[in-house]
Design a protein around this ligand. Structure first.
Ligand SMILES: Nc1ncnc2c1ncn2[C@@H]1O[C@H](COP(=O)(O)OP(=O)(O)OP(=O)(O)O)[C@@H](O)[C@H]1O
Ligand SMILES: [Mg+2]
Length: 395
């Protein structure tokens, strides 16, 4: 089915296709008129090559259903999904605005107040979705549309999970995605809410500097940098950015998910506070030092963990013979301290080397050990994993 031949057609007996809005990695998006309800909609129609893949189609359908359940002012509403003309589609709220990527391309660096405004709106959307157990997985400014009323709306919720596997097979499309990929995604691990916070850190960095922190000629090269390299200083690129704001962004870009903010809400609150002239929290300052300070800071962090990340001894469950296991819980379960679903990725080596445990990074600052690993940046082991994972997937 040639997508352009759809113009003027009545698609699925209901949507009169008016024009193509754009094309992404796996679909074309059209402006259409819903003749049943008499309103304009955006129709995202899966490219034919994915429509042939049953497993992909099933994921696309499942995730579109999850996205349709998210009703929030900062999330593009999904109205309907279905199948027609041999492929699958999603009908959603039509937004007549530029994407945040368009704004960055034409105007960045953006003023600090505007950056905080867009970022907190996106984080409000993420907080809402995370609480419903939905992780976006493809946070990037292309997936944020701005309205005339000054509202930012996040699109493609959940669809990224379906796209993940298929897109990885195309070297071209993965390069675009790799620039916003979290280290855990780059290493081929499952991801949780903190992965979206990392991608938000990249979006913030790009708004404030007009540049991406990690770039390269291939997806593998970019992904290796996400895993191992400290991001270049923001304030060296834009002297107008306050120290507090830079630190909040750097914390979001922590390689270890447990060092990032506990939730989208916490990150939004801190962004608001520093934009009013307040200082970044001590946890944020510490995470920044670990990310940018090299081996010395990592050393200091390892020694300081007792005071920063460990609660007073009396909070340890009585009779717990092995403190390293006290915070463990299985992926997908709910965290009692932060009320969020445990991301399947909440797995890392414990510093005591007693094996692996999983727990919610959201509760990192409140939970008992295991402590997050403090792997110095530049770890060859991580980079190797990322390289292998992506090379394998990119084939
Ligand atoms: N609800 C919508 N209303 C108006 N325009 C939209 C809507 N959803 C998507 N678009 C536009 O359609 C274009 C293609 O979107 P699509 O999501 O397919 O690709 P993408 O986000 O650029 O990349 P990816 O495939 O990686 O998500 C984009 O330019 C986007 O701005
Ligand atoms: Mg998109």
């Amino acid at each position: 089915m040639a997508m352009d031949s759809l113009i003027g057609e009545l698609f699925d007996n209901r949507y009169r296709i008016e024009r193509r809005i754009g094309t992404g990695g796996m679909a074309d998006v059209f402006l259409a008129r819903d003749e049943t309800l008499g309103r304009r909609v955006a129709i995202k129609i899966l490219a034919e090559r994915y429509a042939q893949d049953d497993a992909f189609l099933e994921r696309f359908r499942r995730e579109a259903t999850a996205a349709a359940g998210l009703s929030h002012p900062n999330i593009v509403s999904v109205y309907d999904r279905g199948q027609a003309s041999g492929t699958s589609y999603i009908a959603m709220e039509y937004l007549n605005g530029p994407t945040l990527k368009d704004e960055i391309t034409s105007r960045a660096p953006l003023p600090e107040a505007e950056v905080v405004n867009w970022a907190t709106q996106a984080l409000d959307a993420l907080e809402f979705a995370h609480r419903q157990g939905v992780v976006h997985r493809d946070i990037k400014p292309h997936n944020m549309v701005l309205t005339d009323e000054g509202r930012l709306k996040v699109t493609d919720f959940g669809i990224a999970r379906a796209a993940n596997v298929a897109q990885m097979t195309e070297v071209g499309s993965i390069v675009g995605t790799a620039q916003y990929l979290s280290p855990e995604q780059a290493r081929g691990l499952d991801v949780g809410p903190q992965s979206d916070l990392y991608s938000m850190g990249i979006v913030l960095y790009e708004m404030l500097t007009g540049e991406l922190p990690f770039n390269g000629d291939s997806a593998v090269e970019i992904a290796m940098k996400q895993v191992s390299d400290p991001p270049p200083s923001i304030r060296k690129k834009n002297r107008l950015v306050s120290e507090g704001l830079e630190q909040v962004v750097m914390r979001a870009l922590s390689k270890d998910p447990a060092l990032r903010h506990r939730s989208a809400r916490q990150m939004a609150e801190e962004l608001r506070r520093v934009s009013r002239g307040g200082a970044a929290s001590s946890d944020t300052q510490m995470a920044t030092r670990i990310l940018t300070g090299g081996a010395e800071a990592v050393q200091a962090y390892t020694g300081a963990q007792t005071s920063v990340l460990q609660p007073p001894a009396r909070r340890r469950p009585r009779g717990s013979s092995r403190p390293g296991r006290a915070g463990a819980r299985s992926p997908g379960s709910w965290c009692s301290s932060c009320s969020s679903r445990a991301p399947p990725s909440a797995t890392w080596s414990t510093s005591s080397s007693r094996g692996r445990a999983s727990r919610c990074p959201s509760s990192a600052e409140a939970a008992t050990t295991p402590r997050p690993s403090s792997r110095p940046s530049g770890s060859r082991g991580s980079a190797g994993t990322s390289s292998r994972t992506l090379t394998r997937r990119a084939r």
